[in-house]
Design a protein around this ligand. Structure first.
Ligand SMILES: CC(=O)CC(=O)SCCNC(=O)CCNC(=O)[C@H](O)C(C)(C)COP(=O)(O)OP(=O)(O)OC[C@H]1O[C@@H](n2cnc3c(N)ncnc32)[C@H](O)[C@@H]1OP(=O)(O)O
Length: 411
């Protein structure tokens, strides 16, 4: 597909929608422990007592240097690792210790992000009708983090809970897809969506036999993202309460052919184990254009040119963003919000997409509200239609067509 082209005409999923879902508020939060990427290799090898593995440490420094990350928040501290020595010993089961750390810490981080979204929404938490929570690293228990979160936020006892486990980096987008369906199918539904992740469940010392874990240790980070999703309808009195940020126009999920082993997540005796194929960036470069074309063509978006839209791409890593850019012929400004989030927070798996949406609307507000003159930002403020894209295990591609609220379509 050409990078530029004819005006965009979107085929709506429901031609005469009674209700159309929209993101009404966004919140984010992180644990307080922040590490600088240029200091991470020294910290990581010291706290894992691995300074003797000099070649691995050098490799880790090279990976960190090419990661596109400046800093990120992580739950593990030296004190925590000293209190749980089994985390540093691959020969000893450590799942219980890791799940305990996640169960203690993550509800608070998730609640902080959700509380920020609820405050922006401006209505009582008890008005939330549905809660969709996703995590790949925050345990596997029932009742799970969703029930704890409902209690911390004083949600209504009848709130309907859905918990999505192990959707990886696509988790936030999956949860938004579920929330969109819930909101559009029942009048008055207001969904609180929360994604929360920690690398504590996957933190291990460096090992020559598990080099992809060096990559994960260099990229993955901890945080929570949240959104309120509701449906906007002309005949809905609740519309008065809502100031949409992004309309959720249509959603799709596809799996790239023959990639079932490219990205894997597993819960094992030593916590969350993952496989990241070294050829992941090239797999994405080769297939993402076709995947998006197949997904978006039926919705009328494949003929308009990728640069005519704004892009909210999950920053799996610097190389993954490079692959999107190369495959789609995107101008550098298109992925500026994704690269900014990667740089400041790292890859927080499912939580990251909320940070990207938040960063995009912040840039829009800055531009529209303060009359900024940054040409790079200006391009995206004018785009009405956008694509949210995130890759999960599989490689599973989650895609959502977005429409920016408050932007006039000039076509
Ligand atoms: C979890 C989910 O559900 C979805 C996800 O988002 S998964 C996370 C997605 N991200 C990734 O998998 C990382 C993709 N890779 C990258 O971003 C980049 O390769 C990188 C930042 C790790 C390195 O940058 P680069 O430009 O490729 O530099 P390059 O010099 O080729 O690689 C640096 C080193 O990393 C090693 N490396 C890169 N990818 C590796 C992998 N998957 N496993 C092991 N080693 C790897 C290279 O072999 C190289 O080692 P040497 O320096 O010893 O030669």
């Amino acid at each position: 597909m050409a990078a530029t082209g004819s005006p965009i005409t979107v085929v709506e999923e429901t031609p005469t929608p009674v209700r159309r879902a929209a993101v009404l508020a966004i919140g984010t939060a992180n644990p307080s422990h922040c590490v600088r990427q240029d200091e991470f290799a020294d910290w990581y090898f010291r706290v894992t007592k691995s300074d003797h593995l000099a070649m691995l440490k050098d490799k880790m420094k090279r990976i960190c240097g090419k990661s596109g990350i400046k800093k990120r928040h992580i739950l593990p501290t030296e004190e925590m690792l000293n209190a749980h020595p089994q985390i540093l010993d691959r020969a000893v089961p450590s799942l219980n210790a890791r799940m305990g750390i996640a169960a203690d810490a993550l509800p608070e981080v998730a609640a902080a992000a959700a509380a920020e979204a609820i405050a922006e929404w401006g209505r009582p938490a008890s008005h939330i009708t549905h809660l969709v929570v996703t995590t790949s690293t925050g345990g596997a228990a029932a009742p799970g983090i969703d029930l704890r979160l409902a209690a911390l936020l004083s949600l209504h006892p009848a709130v309907q809970r859905t918990l999505l486990y192990l959707h990886g980096c696509g988790g936030g987008a999956s949860a938004l897809r579920v929330a969109k369906d819930l909101a559009e199918n029942t009048r008055g539904v207001r969904v609180l969506v929360v994604a929360v992740e920690t690398g504590a469940t996957a933190f291990r010392p460096p090992d020559e036999a598990h080099l992809e874990e060096l990559v994960g240790a260099a990229l993955f980070a901890d945080g929570a993202g949240s959104a309120i999703v509701g449906a906007i309808a002309d005949d809905d009195p609740a519309v008065q309460e809502s100031r949409p940020i992004f309309h959720l126009v249509s959603a799709a999920q596809v799996t790239m052919p023959e990639t079932a082993r490219a990205v894997e997540l597993r819960l094992g005796e030593v916590g969350v184990e993952y496989r990241l194929s070294a050829v992941l960036p090239s797999l994405v470069r080769d297939s993402i254009g076709r995947c998006l074309m197949d997904t978006l063509a039926p919705r009328g978006l494949a003929g308009g040119g990728w640069n005519e839209m704004f892009w909210a791409v999950h920053p799996g890593s610097r190389a993954i963003l490079d692959s999107y850019e190369a495959a789609l012929g995107l101008e550098p400004k298109k992925l500026a919000a994704s690269r900014c989030v990667l740089s400041d927070y790292g890859n927080m798996l499912g939580a990251t997409i909320f940070f990207v949406l938040d960063e995009m609307r912040r840039r829009r507000r800055r531009r529209l509200g303060e009359g900024g003159d940054d040409e790079e930002e200006e391009g995206d403020q004018k785009c009405v239609w956008g694509v949210m894209s995130a890759l999960g295990p599989g490689i599973t591609v989650e895609t959502m067509v977005l429409r920016a609220a408050g932007v006039v379509d000039e076509h």
